[in-house]
Design a protein around this ligand. Sequence first.
Ligand code: UGA
Length: 441
Amino acid sequence: MDLCIIGSGYVGLVSGACFAEVGHHVICVDNDQRKVDMLQRGEIPIYEPGLEELVHKNVAAKRLRFTNSIEDGVDHSQIIFIAVPTPPQTDGSVDLTFIERVAREISGVLKPGQYRVVVDKSTVPVKTGEKVEATIKRYNKDAEFDVVSNPEFLREGCAVPDLMNPDRVVIGSASQKATDLMKRVYEPFQAPILVTDVNSAELIKHAANSFLSLKISYINAVSAICEASGADVEMVADGIGTDKRIGRNFLNAGLGYGGSCFPKDVKAFIAISRQLGTPFTLLEEVERINATMLTRFIDKVRSALWVLKDKKIAVWGMTFKPDTDDVRNSVAIELINQLVAEGAHVTAYDPKGAEKAVEWGLVDPTKVKLAKTPIEAVADAEALLLATEWKEFANVDFAAVKAKMHTPLVFDGRNLFDPQTMADLGFTYHAVGRPGPKAGA
Ligand code: UGA
């Protein structure tokens, strides 16, 4: 099929590459000429495992191309996906200006007799589809189109496998013709397809992300009880997670959730529920618990080092999760900046995110030293703080780490290391919600 995707960010670009991979012809549109130029040169603006190969392969096969022209995309495609950002506003509600602008731009280039399915893939508040439809109609009375909601559930860091093997595909549609076309798009993925009305599809996305955030806050709240009682949150998570009704995924205690989705989507769902007159106050508690995790972690560091001013502290991890270079809303970055604000001398290392953190002005390179290796980061450090659970950190030579550090003190914010192993290596080791090695041994 001929598909067009407007917006070449994480969702748009990965979707475009995966749709091309299964045989569709895809035009990716972006209004950022610099990004389009990069993509046309074969450079990928984001780090996502497997994406570069997929883009190169499908561009070479002439199934994928990039342009800045919406008209080009709309003219040559039966289905137009909108995958532009929906950033938060200061009150937590969603800024829909990009969606509205794209709707107007589509209406401006839709020609009479040219039926199109306009699909919203961006995360949007319930009832946005109605507004997109009304906008296109307002600016183009002759437009022949249907609006569909098709939320995306991919995770950064494993976006390609998530897209190629989705748990489910949600198609929110009021038109049989549009639903049939959408089913053909997804047929090659052989995933369960759930057809709903547009409002329900939109709500599914916010409800799913909020539920996953709730799971994380739940286990984080349990981790605090574990710390107070000497229980081990990893064992508790295994114990409750093996119940199929609960599931072990997203029960990893740590520094809390970050990134460009969960914090924004929980806030948005709170705002939406309030606007609809049915406040979802449980989610306010989810946010509150999430915020306490970093505070608790820094309190632990402070209670070991007493005063943080002038202490040499190494931080491993800057991205909001492993296998991505995304540092937006990263708890690791917040940790680094809070330590710096207290006068600590921080040296940070991240396999992929350091450059973007500086480029986007999220850390000040005159205040934070950036190391090229994990070992370089710990030189003379009085404490090592693990903020993001990159696999690379699990494989570091800890004898070398210990030899380099001033004091062998480790705070593991993601429960990556084994308490007993760390103790055997001679480290004083603190995890989240886990007792020292003796209690579990
Ligand atoms: C999330 C959802 O998982 C995707 O399904 C969704 O499509 C995406 O948002 C989106 O709305 O676009 P993502 O933000 O890429 O994906 O990353 P996740 O793997 O969900 O992690 C989010 C945050 O939760 C990270 O900071 C991670 O460290 C944290 N987390 C995750 C935990 O603290 N504990 C866990 O057990 C799992």
